[in-house]
Design a binder for this molecule. Sequence first.
Ligand code: AMP
Length: 378
Amino acid sequence: MSHILTINAGSSSLKYALYEAAAQPRVVARGKVGRIGGAARLQPEGGEDIGLPEGTDHGGALVAVLEALETSHPEARIEVVGHRIVHGGPDHAAPIVLTDTVLTELEGYCPYAPLHQPHNLAGVRAAMAAFPEARQVACFDTAFHRGHPFVNDTFALPRAYYEKGVRRYGFHGLSYDYIAGEIARRAPGLSRVVVAHLGNGASMCALRDGASVASTMGFSALDGLPMGTRSGQLDPGVVLYLMDQEGMSAEEISDLLYKESGLKGMSGISNDMRELEASDHPHAAEAIDYFTFRIRRELGALAAVLGGLDGVVFCGGIGENSAMIRGRVCDGMAWLGIALDTEANAANAPVISTGAVRVMVIPTDEEIVIARAALALS
Ligand code: AMP
């Protein structure tokens, strides 16, 4: 039987899933390689971790994944490989078959997403080398948001920057695409919905009838909510101060904003919400306060964009698992029509509301979105 492999290559990890290429792709294996570039480990879901040689890169990680799949699923014939690509630039509003020309174009977006795009493309190259005959498909995190109206696509900079591609792209599009499909299936007719994707990366998206109209993320995956290690929204004056007064280079500021800020930087303890929830340190409490404050603020803003609210969806590691965070976000939101069912919330139930606004917990699945798109283009 023909199979689809999905690859989601991040800065230090490579997630994979193997599907049977049926009308409804069925997952037969999934897992990830973590700590690429350091003490890399292959972690197949439901299997034993395997240590990889120190310094294994993305190519080596993919080779290890393929060897493991060959052992566990010798029958698999991989004819299509679907890739998560963080940036599709201004023009790609849909998945696309990868060719050398497309790869060259996508390399041009590396300066827009320097911490993600080069790794995504390294994953593509490794897969092209491993499967020269397979069709390679790119699925963009930005594509789902490309229909935003101009006011949500632009910054108030001189027009030339907009033309150059300095725009509000929005990210986590594969997750929102999946959630939009699930909303249509579980609650058909739910029109104005705010989705909170709360994981190590975090953003929110306003959906009108399943289409994205606004996102908290902008030009880069730094904007909007605070995240595990990313600052979220920041006055650009802070960046000028860091350059002028603290003498920091672009690279140092990038490290600060992407890797040392957010929950980790505020708490000084961890980027991991479970650890912060378990801590009794006041800085952990303040980091959680800031996280929930920003989500509540964006919820109000996105409800205003939508002209009202019919639903809220929580997803991502925190959104799917933390009753405490969901409870704090929804607390005192009766003015918006939100009333939480505390028992359902504590149980991570699919519907956790009693009020007019339907509040849902939906486990997201970016891999199946990639697999379906890759299949559709093959
Ligand atoms: P993700 O990037 O979607 O895998 O989400 C990772 C985040 O989810 C980390 O901050 C985890 O601490 C958080 N997370 C996972 N499970 C729980 C849980 N049961 N309670 C609170 N946070 C959780």
